[in-house]
Design a binder for this molecule. Structure first.
Ligand SMILES: Cc1ncc(COP(=O)(O)O)c(C=O)c1O
Length: 441
């Protein structure tokens, strides 16, 4: 079935959402406040979520493999988290000063992530990477940052570079050129961002050896999350650690997504100690959150005790009690057994999807780690952003809409996240639904 046919079937099931979208268009450009969540013909309006299921305004139930873009690791409205947030809210919504909740969540995170000696909270992953980049520049006195082609680190200017570049504009694969991801990114930003190819350690070494003296930080999502969950090749992250240490570049792990793959995140799973780490999503239990932290000597740039802090960090709602309480209750549920269960569900999904795709003539693959997975519509050996690009650019949207029509919610680019509310039957439902979508066209 073509995208158009999937779209018209979607439209027959979502009349109320269409009406709401039309109302929204009068007051918001495109009708909402998150570019990521918009899709043609219009997004469905969500009424509620419980466990692994999300319901829209027309009463359609869908099994949710999006999980608010990987944030809802326990599923929707887990009782312990809702109760913790409600208890906190009942004592006051937000305050002009710290609460004990903030200490307890900071303690829980520093216990889990040894490289996180101290940290500070923000309201989003974007603010976390923005602060980490500023901190790296302040600490090293160097102006540039390095990042990977295809990596997403939020929506502030310094990281809105080479996120989904057209390879024809992106220069050579081994020495990519910085490409603005959005209108409004000043040329000065592009002059200060060095772009690296994922999983090519020799190319990274060559670029950084040349640029190193001016580079403050290398920002790394250890799974290239939004870039398609493309795991690092054996030894790749260790080479990055060696290169950055040798050149005096701070290594920042952006674990906003990858923290969900182990109690101590991807850095535990791959055995690397970065200088700084950024966090978000699951650590707020479903509420707005971010955090950045790492080496105490670096983080001390935020210490205001001796006169003025060298870096100022504001945020009216930073570390608000509801978010801190929800985050803490979420981490408490994430026991070693919980990770083992998520890993097993992830292996089941990836194994079944791979076997199914191998048995068809489709050029499709599934990548992933732990509870994260991503569908790719290419037969190329996937190692980086360029090799993961679909040969048929319509295919991800066709699969996304097809799955919606089958009662399954994924992300538009094919990235999925398994929650603890799911069962083996839910995983099998996903695989069977995907098979039906692919059989349609
Ligand atoms: C790796 C990474 N960093 C940063 C962000 C930005 O986080 P937020 O959406 O909370 O601003 C994201 C969001 O998906 C992300 O995947």
């Amino acid at each position: 079935m073509s995208v158009d046919k999937e779209e018209s079937e979607y439209a027959t099931k979502t009349a109320r959402s269409r009406a709401l979208h039309e109302e929204a268009l009068a007051v918001m450009p495109g009708g909402n406040s998150r570019t990521t969540t918009f899709f043609d013909p219009y997004p469905f309006y969500i009424q509620r979520g419980q466990g692994a299921t999300i319901w829209d305004a027309d009463g359609n139930a869908r099994l949710d493999f999006n999980g608010n873009y990987t944030s809802l690791i326990l599923g929707h409205a887990p009782e312990a988290v809702v109760t913790a947030a409600q208890d906190a809210v009942a004592k006051g919504l937000s305050f002009p000063g710290p609460t004990e909740y903030e200490i307890r969540l900071a303690e829980a995170l520093t216990r889990r992530i040894p490289s996180l000696e101290t940290l500070r909270f923000t309201n989003s992953g974007t603010e976390a990477t923005m602060n980490a980049v500023r901190l790296a520049r302040a600490f090293t006195g160097r102006p540039k940052i390095a990042k990977f082609e295809g990596a997403f680190h939020g929506t502030h200017d310094w990281v809105m570079v080479s996120v989904t570049p057209d390879p024809r504009a992106g220069g050579s694969a081994r020495k990519p050129k910085p490409v603005a991801w959005s209108a409004g990114i000043p040329p000065a930003v592009l002059k200060h961002v060095v772009v690296l190819p994922w999983n090519d350690a020799d190319a990274c070494a060559a670029i950084l050896d040349k640029e190193g003296a001016t580079v403050a930080a290398l920002l790394v999502d250890p799974l290239l999350g939004i870039g398609g969950i493309i795991p690092p090749a054996e030894g790749f992250l260790a080479r990055l650690r060696e290169i950055t240490e040798r050149l005096g570049i701070l290594l920042i792990f952006d674990e906003v997504i990858s923290f969900r793959v182990a109690p101590g995140g991807a850095q535990e799973r791959f055995g690397i100690r970065p200088d700084l780490t950024t966090l978000g999503k699951i650590i707020g239990g479903g509420l707005a959150v971010g955090a950045f932290g790492g080496r105490r000597d670096i983080m001390d740039f935020y210490d205001p005790r001796r006169g003025k802090a060298r870096i100022s960090q504001g945020g009216t709602f930073n570390a608000n009690p509801a978010t801190m309480a929800a985050g803490l209750a979420t981490l408490e549920a994430l026991t070693p057994e919980a990770y083992a269960r998520l890993d097993a569900l992830g292996d089941r999904l990836r194994g079944s999807v791979s076997r199914f795709l191998e048995g068809t003539r489709r050029r499709g693959q599934v990548t992933g780690v732990g509870s994260l997975f991503c569908l790719h519509w290419t037969s190329s050996h996937i190692v980086d952003y360029r090799s993961s690009r679909p040969k048929d650019l319509e295919m991800p949207m066709r699969v996304f809409l097809g799955l919606l029509n089958e009662g399954i919610l994924l992300t538009q680019r094919g990235l999925g996240a398994i929650s603890l509310a799911m069962t083996e039957e839910d995983i099998d439902r996903f695989v069977n639904a995907l098979a039906r979508v692919l059989a349609r066209g």
